[in-house]
Unconditional design. Structure first.
Length: 447
């Protein structure tokens, strides 16, 4: 058996055109005999670094096999290897840095949290490797192997430092806060966004993080157990025997576009409803429009957003909004635990106005339709905002943001509303919103 294992190791020591299926099977079935060879490969790669023979591949396979074996004693050696310079690490393990490394680290981690912390804070280590270490710490917290206070304190220490240790690390911190559902750390997320230390292209804007922090559709950050062969078999470094793909014909592309349009919930581009002077007033009073809301300030119309979208459409665009409490589940936190019903109602209107809507290019709405929808939602939010601030004696944007703002700050959506009102020539409502803005913003500067 020892000879078989030695032969299998020899067959995966250097690059091969096809995935070494049989050697992987033999090594997987003879874990104890194979581990010493695999650890030596890690040590060799760490010691030689960029001078390692470019055709040498055993260390790459060893990482994945040791992860599969959950070999904990090799963790310091793996950490030594991935602590090499980013350029050298890329040369040694390539795309594994961003794809399989977090799972490997998690399945070999020996519980040395201080080693992980030191590596994460070391700017000389590859950013993607450090982000993978953040994933490991997040999973250890979810497993109950890392105390909440220790994990949050470490995150806050990095966030509050003046030096920038890499945007990818800060992006990883934001993801960790969301994956661990640390709602009390939304202020840390906002701080990182305000410093422009987050890659918005990778994880979206602040409001996307608010949605994610209340979402429980992902059970794990790191996978365990893992199977090395399954992880590597389909990599582009190996030849495949798949038949060549048939080039799509024009009619196939047309079918694809039609299918995508149907996926878009069957929604068609909507035009604004035209209400005639003698038509029934859309507010539901039963009177003619000219005798009811025609000459009223738009702010006074009950539910003006209903003139723009149906309940079905609103529900569709709120699908990522944190779910309301129906039946509580142990260990979960809900939006209602932190915000009252009135602030959630206001926030939903702002969300419907400002949250990005991924609509296929062939279904794009006219710009005037988009602007009218935003204006209606934000006007309704402003009306409810006035009621709430008066009721709760809120005197400044800062006070409102600290207690009630969820996805967007007051300044953000007020500015958006003012721009829309000015463009539309709605002078009366513009004056109301502008006056409120100056009063609230002025109070903020006084505080």
């Amino acid at each position: 058996m020892k000879q078989q294992v030695q032969k299998a190791i020899d067959e995966i020591t250097y690059r091969s055109k096809k995935f070494p299926e049989e050697p992987f099977r033999i090594i997987s079935e003879n874990k104890e005999e194979a581990i010493p060879f695999l650890i030596k490969a890690i040590e060799k790669a760490a010691a030689e670094g960029e001078d390692l023979d470019e055709d040498y591949q055993l260390h790459f396979y060893a990482l994945h096999l040791l992860g599969q074996f959950q070999e904990r004693e090799c963790f310091p050696k793996i950490m030594e290897l991935i602590s090499l310079s980013g350029e050298t690490l890329d040369q040694l393990i390539g795309d594994a840095i961003t794809s399989t490394l977090p799972d490997i680290l998690y399945n070999t981690c020996n519980g040395d949290i201080e080693l992980l912390k030191a590596a994460i804070r070391n700017p000389d280590i590859d950013d993607y490797a450090r982000a993978g270490m953040l994933d490991v710490m997040g999973q250890l917290y979810l497993d109950g192997d890392l105390k909440k206070e220790e994990w949050q304190d470490f995150i806050r220490q990095i966030v509050n430092e003046e030096r920038n240790i890499g945007d990818y690390i800060y992006t990883g911190l934001v993801e960790a806060i969301c994956e661990c559902h640390f709602v009390e750390m939304l202020s840390e997320i906002r701080c990182l966004y305000e410093k422009h230390w987050v890659d918005e292209f990778a994880i979206g804007q602040y409001e996307n993080c608010v949605d994610q922090i209340f979402r429980y559709d992902r059970s794990r950050i790191c996978r365990s157990p893992i199977n090395a062969a399954d992880m590597l078999r389909g990599w582009a470094m190996f030849e495949t025997e798949e038949p060549p793909q048939k080039k799509p014909e024009k009619k196939d592309l047309e079918k694809l576009i039609q299918k995508s349009s149907k996926i878009n919930n069957g929604q068609k581009t909507r035009t604004l409803p035209k209400v005639g002077r003698n038509d029934p007033c859309p507010c539901g009073s039963g009177k003619k429009y000219k005798k009811c809301c025609l000459n009223k300030v738009k702010l006074q119309i009950k539910q003006p957003e209903d003139l723009i979208e149906s309940e079905e459409e609103k529900k569709r665009w709120l699908k990522n909004y944190p779910d309301p409490v129906k039946e509580r589940e142990d260990g979960r936190i809900y939006l209602e635990d932190f915000f009252d019903a009135e602030s959630i109602e206001i926030d939903k209107l702002i969300y419907l106005a400002l949250m990005h809507r991924p609509i296929p290019v062939w279904s794009r709405e006219p710009e005037e339709v988009v602007e009218e929808r935003k204006r209606a939602y934000l006007s309704a939010a402003f009306s409810k905002f006035l009621e709430k601030t008066e009721k709760d004696s809120i005197k400044s944007f800062q006070a409102y943001d600290e207690k009630y703002s969820i996805h967007y700050s007051c300044e953000t959506w007020f500015c958006a509303l003012l721009q829309l009102l000015e463009k539309n020539g709605d002078e009366e409502l513009y004056e109301k919103v502008s006056g409120c803005f100056e009063k609230m913003e002025g109070s903020w500067h006084i505080l």
